[in-house]
Ligand binder design. Structure first.
Ligand SMILES: Cc1cc2nc3c(=O)[nH]c(=O)nc-3n(C[C@H](O)[C@H](O)[C@H](O)COP(=O)(O)OP(=O)(O)OC[C@H]3O[C@@H](n4cnc5c(N)ncnc54)[C@H](O)[C@@H]3O)c2cc1C
Length: 388
């Protein structure tokens, strides 16, 4: 089935979701245009923590793009260390998003996608044959339109997909630190619970600096910058020079009634609201939703099956997994009187299981069953806490 439009698929947004989808579709022989409103490379506020489960999705050697392979995981609760373990291999690969995203856009271009940087999606008109879109560089025509344009997606609105989700607030900065401070965090990553209500803080190592941030599930957090400064002080990083210090929204907990696709197109990545409600990890879900979308769009062009099947598949897979993650997040963030003592006492039993999720060895449904299941509860409450 090949329509008369100029191209088969237009994707708006060259983050991981858009570029990876463009790569997959172009590799399968489809004519793809990838629009990015900013010039590439562009700065993107992000911890840049690429978990092993996310990395496994990418069929590329990331080589020099990985700034630090973090093998040591450290978990603190109310300032006290509850867990520390060094693994033989990286649990999280630390990247700078300008480099990772430019690399992925390059892979899409090398596979045959037409990458147009500095071109903004404005609006779309939908016809029986597809879509005519208006961009800052003129009009383009395609059969299918994909919104990979991040939180509060403009494309979703124009597709008529009224998406509802909650929004976390995060603040993140790139920290210029001296060599001893950098060395303290090399090859390690810190998660700190109890530094902010309904959230956590993190410090991630990069090649020549540190990325640090805090997030809260509260959609309004007027004192977040003050909380962040306090957090940096508590980590001994209070004197570091902070670049790119800004508040950012992270979507999560998409509403059960959402629709992610219709006959005009679909949404992937943050535009769908599919983000980890515990950690705010979104790159993995950006890549996963892109892969599901590539299958659905490929099925349409090869076999005539409507790509709207993406909607059911997305909800039955990623959506289901995130529901379990959401229940765990509710225990962690809404019941701190229960979760913080439990994490302090049993960090050495709970954290490895969360790290198994990061590594793609188990999913959130299994972790949830462990935490609330009888066997897990018995193990957590009966065994004495190990000192770390
Ligand atoms: C402070 C912070 C820290 C984070 N840390 C991590 C982390 O450590 N690990 C992790 O996995 N996730 C992290 N996340 C989440 C992660 O950044 C996102 O989930 C991820 O970027 C989603 O990818 P995406 O491709 O869907 O969207 P994005 O990366 O947001 O890309 C969307 C792209 O669309 C472009 N765009 C927008 N509108 C238009 C338009 N009209 N026309 C054309 N282009 C448009 C934008 O310029 C952008 O390049 C963090 C998020 C924040 C805010």
């Amino acid at each position: 089935m090949r329509p008369s439009a100029e191209c088969d698929v237009i994707i708006a947004g060259a983050g991981p979701a858009g570029s990876y989808l463009a790569y997959l579709l172009a590799t399968s022989g489809l004519r793809v245009v990838l629009l990015e409103k900013k010039q590439i490379p562009r700065y993107k506020a992000c911890g840049g923590g690429l978990t092993t489960r996310a990395r496994k999705h990418l069929p590329f050697d990331l080589g020099e793009i990985v700034e630090d392979a973090a093998t040591t995981a450290r978990l603190y609760v109310n300032g006290r260390r509850a867990f520390e373990r060094t693994y033989p291999q990286a649990v999280v690969s630390m990247v700078m998003r300008d480099k990772l995203d430019a690399f992925l856009a390059d892979q899409a271009a090398a596979a045959g996608a037409q990458v147009e940087a500095g071109v903004r999606f404005r609006s779309g008109v939908f016809t029986d044959d597809g879509v005519i879109i208006d961009t800052s560089a003129g009009q383009q025509e395609a059969r299918c339109l994909v919104g990979a344009d991040g939180a509060h997606s403009r494309v979703a609105r124009h597709l008529g997909l009224t998406l509802r989700y909650r929004v976390m607030t995060a603040i993140e900065a790139e920290l210029e630190v001296d060599a001893p401070a950098h060395a303290r965090f090399r090859h390690a990553f810190d998660f700190d619970f109890g530094v902010i209500a309904q959230g956590y803080g993190w410090v991630f190592p990069k090649k020549d600096h540190l990325s640090a941030g805090i997030l809260t599930r509260r959609s309004k957090a007027p004192m977040l910058e003050r909380d962040f400064r306090r957090y940096l002080d508590s980590k001994g990083l209070g004197t570091a020079r902070a670049r790119s210090l800004r508040l950012h929204p992270i979507p999560y907990a998409p509403h059960a009634g959402n629709r992610y696709a219709n006959r005009a197109g679909l949404v992937v990545g943050d535009a769908s609201g599919m983000v980890d409600p515990i950690t705010g990890e979104g790159i993995y879900y950006a890549l996963r939703t892109a892969r599901l979308a590539a299958t659905a769009i490929g099925d349409y062009f090869n076999r005539g099956i409507p790509w709207a099947t993406y909607d059911d598949t997305l909800r039955a897979t990623v959506g289901r997994e995130l529901r379990y993650a959401g229940w765990l997040a509710a225990i962690l963030y809404r019941l701190p009187w229960l979760s913080h003592p439990l994490l302090s006492r049993c960090g050495d039993r709970i954290a490895p299981r969360l790290l198994d999720v990061f590594q793609g060895q188990v999913g959130y449904p299994e972790l949830f069953r462990y935490v609330v299941g009888w066997r897990g509860l018995k193990q957590l409450l009966a065994a004495p806490a190990k000192s770390v």
